[in-house]
Design a protein around this ligand. Structure first.
Ligand SMILES: Nc1ncnc2c1ncn2[C@@H]1O[C@H](COP(=O)(O)OP(=O)(O)OP(=O)(O)O)[C@@H](O)[C@H]1O
Ligand SMILES: [Mg+2]
Length: 671
């Protein structure tokens, strides 16, 4: 169990950024405590045992004394209403509590009670499909109880205690088990196996184990020493879950977005930052990946962004089908919602809660994608708390430990062999949006992320204005995973994949240079070969890199289609250059048909890729010769079905979805 102690120590170290004089490390948190259903304790009546009273309230921080018994990061109930809070500083017997709910109306003299456990995530079957707030309260069930506006201090267990599950044991009485082992399984959603894990710090010999239908909070097994085991367990959100071993990043997290899969792929278990100014498409990227990326489980943290964006998710996800499983997308999704109008302190906690859910499904052996939109709002919450704690501010008022905190958080992503038996491999891939004010990447949050990420998908306001979506700036973006992933792409997609990628990047680079020159001397002054570069690069931008999240046929692009679009654009380029060498005049080459066919390949669903790619190939081969008669009859029907007019970048997004002349100020106003 030394492993567990190690992780506990790790988790405590970044936290020391918050001064903890006189405080013990996080007190026994709840991993082996009662079932997850009760991980957030009900408001205890103020007892003589805890006579702590509020002495000061500043914003979301409440200061109370005497709190000599408290542990750092212990959960507390604040005031008569029992608002949820976390002890974040201890100074002698004075404790500072970060309150997760609206503190207006709270007054000095009101009682404070400690709960004896850290802020924990309730882990167990039933998480998939749920929508919780930043501290794990189930929003839909709370709304049923108290209406759309939640009463302060209200709690309910994350996991519905009235649910029941059919449990199939994986071990038998007499078996020796230890933390991380699979105790058995239940079918959480149709076709989705939820492995019941022994809590990381528990172990022993099984004395009894149940089978068949069990209720969510029932004891399903008992160890010989009397320790009860439940379907779920609680885990402190700020503490990384232990793993057996970390694995290298050698397989991609396939996003279905061409610009990412082809140019800047991220490894499964990797980390990417998606910084971009106001309206550059961060949310659309996060949501599109949540819908279509190849993940078994998606944890989506809406962190401090607009409520209507989460409403969109809630409306849309249940009706979407995951093509890999045939089930609703919501069946593989957990939503952690902390919108801009919800308390700031809970926003700080929400990303840890999301990460803990992600680690839990990783430990079952699944590939999990964790999305956060946006980490800037998380950092702002940190800044606000830090300034209320009157800590020495760092750059732009962010606390000096911003980088450490961010690093410690990003480190929790990764591909791992989970602790326990049987062996399971799982991964948490983390994709975090960042909203730098004014799109200026030199600001502290983007810079802190740049120090720890493996991939950067930088969004550019200029491209977004041209409606080139995803508005990824290919000059600034990068992926450190490319070399490690190359063998995988070669094996799955063909030996020419890395060459194609390099050739496309080179073409785009050359295009940029030529456009600068053309800006000075005019396009007419360029040589034919250079004008070809401009034209083919424009085609590449529109067909290969441009991808509308709203086009049902193209919102997700299989790797074959991605590769076909790249290979055919380059083949067109080569063919034109050859013809020019052979003496053809560029004006006289009629590339319209090949161009049109490339667009219809882009706009087609994955079923038609092969036939349409063949058609483009045929039209490219026919360039410079007389149009082949009759040969194209079988693809004529396909052509008919294709979008009649050649799509323009504007057609990438419906008018109604266009942002109304976004300005950077709007973005900042929201902060
Ligand atoms: N992949 C895409 N396909 C089509 N349209 C897109 C795409 N990405 C973004 N857009 C367009 O850009 C608009 C703004 O995108 P989005 O809301 O994701 O920006 P954002 O960066 O999250 O903005 P904010 O800073 O306000 O959070 C969308 O409403 C949509 O019209
Ligand atoms: Mg957004």
């Amino acid at each position: 169990m030394s492993r567990d102690r190690d992780t506990a120590a790790d988790a405590a170290s970044p936290a020391d950024a918050v001064p903890a004089r006189g405080a013990a490390a996080t007190k026994a948190s709840a991993p082996s405590e009662p079932p997850p259903a009760t991980s957030i304790a009900p408001p205890p009546a103020t007892s003589a045992a805890c006579a702590a009273r509020l002495i000061r309230i500043t914003g979301s921080l409440a200061v109370a004394r005497p709190l000599r018994e408290a542990a750092l990061y212990e959960l507390a109930r604040v005031g008569e209403q029992g608002l949820l809070g976390e002890v974040i500083r201890l100074d002698g017997d004075v404790g500072t509590i970060q309150v997760y709910e609206d503190t207006s109306g709270l007054a000095a003299g009101e009682p404070v009670a400690l709960t004896g456990s850290a802020l924990t995530a309730a882990l167990g079957p039933g998480l998939l499909g749920s929508i919780v707030d930043g501290v794990g309260r189930p929003l839909s069930r709370l709304a049923q109880e108290s209406g759309d506006f939640l009463r302060a201090g209200l709690t309910a267990p994350t996991l519905d205690p009235s649910a029941s599950w059919v449990f199939s044991p994986g071990v038998a009485p007499g078996d020796l088990v230890e933390g991380g082992d699979v105790l058995g399984e239940v079918e959480e959603r149709s076709g989705f196996t939820h492995r019941i894990l022994i809590p990381p710090d528990v172990g022993g010999r099984i004395a009894e184990i149940s089978e068949g239908e069990v209720s969510a909070d029932a004891v399903v097994a008992v160890l010989e020493d009397g320790t009860p085991l439940y379907l779920g367990h609680a885990w402190p959100v700020r503490q990384p879950r232990p793993v057996s071993r970390r694995l290298p990043s050698d397989r991609p997290f396939v996003t279905g977005q061409r610009v990412f899969d082809f140019l800047f792929p991220v490894a499964e278990g990797g980390t990417v930052a998606v910084p971009g100014g106001f309206g550059t498409g961060k949310t659309v990227i996060e949501q599109t990946l949540a819908k279509y990326a190849a993940a078994d489980v998606v944890v989506y943290v809406g962190c401090g962004e607009r409520g209507n964006e989460m409403a969109e998710v809630l409306n849309e996800f249940p009706s979407l089908i995951d093509p890999r499983t045939g089930l609703s997308i919501m069946d593989r999704t957990i939503l952690v919602v902390n919108t801009s109008n919800m308390p700031v302190a809970a926003r700080e906690a929400s990303v840890y809660l999301g990460m803990t859910y992600a680690e839990y499904y990783r430990d079952m052996g699944y590939g999990v994608a964790l999305m956060a939109d946006s980490l800037s709002r998380w950092a702002e919450a940190l800044r606000e708390l830090s300034s209320r704690l009157q800590e020495m501010p760092g750059e732009e008022g962010y606390p000096t430990y911003l980088g450490n905190r961010m690093g410690a958080f990003y480190e929790r992503a990764g591909r791992v062999i989970a602790a326990g038996r049987p062996e399971r491999t799982g991964a948490v891939t983390f994709i975090g949006a960042i909203s730098p004010p004014g799109g200026d990447f030199s600001e502290p949050v983007t810079q802190a992320a740049l120090r720890v990420i493996g991939g950067l998908w930088a969004l550019d306001a200029g491209l977004a204005h041209q409606r080139q979506f995803p508005a990824v700036d290919w000059e600034v973006s990068y992926s450190l995973y490319m070399d490690a992933l190359a063998p995988w792409f070669v094996e799955r997609c063909g030996a020419d994949w890395p060459e194609l990628r390099a050739a496309v990047l080179e073409l785009l680079q050359r295009d940029r240079e030529l456009r600068d020159i053309a800006g000075l001397v005019g396009v007419e002054a360029l040589q034919d070969t250079d004008r070809v570069v401009l034209d083919v690069a424009a085609l590449v931008r529109e067909t290969l890199l441009g991808q509308s999240a709203y086009d049902p046929n193209d919102a997700v692009s299989p790797l074959e289609k991605t590769k076909a679009l790249a290979a055919l654009s380059l083949s067109l380029h080569r063919t034109i250059l050859r013809l020019l060498e052979e003496g053809a005049a560029y004006e006289e080459l009629d590339i319209a048909a090949a161009r049109h066919a490339l667009f219809s390949l882009r706009n087609s669903g994955s079923a038609d890729v092969e036939a349409r790619a063949l058609n483009v190939e045929r039209l490219i081969a026919a360039l410079g010769t007389k149009e082949p008669e009759g040969e194209g009859a079988e693809v004529a029907a396909l052509e008919e079905a294709a979008t009649p007019e050649s799509p323009t970048p504007e057609s990438l997004a419906p008018e109604s979805l266009a942002p109304e002349s976004p300005t950077p100020e709007d973005g900042e106003a929201e902060v």
